[in-house]
Write a protein that binds this ligand. Structure first.
Ligand code: SF4
Length: 229
């Protein structure tokens, strides 16, 4: 069964730089390390570091056919539902993309990047867009709701994300997502800045969470603070 999905009307679109992008979603149901209170996708069905949705052959064949037919310059891999790093077949996906001479871009949250078992696959991508929100322990636990047995903490995940960014040789777009009432105070922004300052990124994007919207003016203010201007 082919369980990959593509953006229906724009599965091949042109970037601002004129590159053709094919966007593939590799998780047919929601699998993520977290079960965030604020998630737009509802409850996490499979919460953990990994979830295998079964044999991948038909899905890879479908992706290969799309690549051959559409000849994209870059293939963007997203979960669609959750985080693509939870899918144990991600390595096969990136290898297939490379086999056809395309670059690969990973869209992920930052939290599994530096974790053993995920690092090697992540490093294969030429580009990465990785977002994070919280560095404060209480907020991290309250919103992300990590499983106790996963032993995830803000400090541990922040450290592994920083470490990963220094190993990564590709183009790293770091997204800081502001959540109204949870990480937009001056105190929280100072903590975010401390972390961002230690991450090696190519591009920084400061934005806001759809349901907990921080005003455009405050986002612009925080953007300046985080960039140190
Ligand atoms: S990390 Fe992202 S995808 Fe996962 S539960 Fe939280 S908001 Fe949803």
């Amino acid at each position: 069964m082919d369980y990959f999905k593509y953006k229906q009307y724009e599965f091949v679109k042109a970037n601002a730089d004129d590159r053709k992008v094919l966007s593939v979603m590799i998780n047919p149901e929601k699998a993520c390390i977290f079960n965030c209170q604020i998630c737009n996708l509802g409850q996490t069905k499979y919460q953990g570091e990994w979830h295998d949705f079964g044999p991948i052959e038909d899905s890879l064949k479908g992706l290969e056919e799309r690549i051959i037919a559409e000849k994209p310059d870059i293939v963007e891999v997203t979960a669609g539902q959750g985080d693509p790093l939870t899918n144990p077949h991600l390595g096969e996906v990136v290898d297939l993309i490379h086999k056809h001479g395309c670059a690969a871009r990973l869209i992920t949250n930052c939290y599994l990047l530096g974790v053993e078992g995920h690092i090697e696959t992540s490093l294969k991508f030429e580009e990465m867009i990785a977002g994070f929100c919280f560095v404060d322990e209480d907020t991290f636990k309250l919103i992300h709701r990590p499983r106790v047995e996963s032993q995830f903490s803000a400090a541990k995940q922040t450290e592994s994300m920083i470490r990963f960014s220094h190993q990564y040789k590709g183009k790293f777009t770091l997204r800081v997502l502001l959540v109204k009432g949870y990480n937009d105070s001056d105190e929280q922004v100072a903590k975010l800045k401390e972390v961002v300052d230690q991450i090696k990124y190519t591009t920084l994007w400061v934005g806001t969470w759809p349901k907990f919207n921080v005003s455009d003016e405050r986002v612009a203010e925080i953007d300046k603070i985080i960039r140190g201007k």
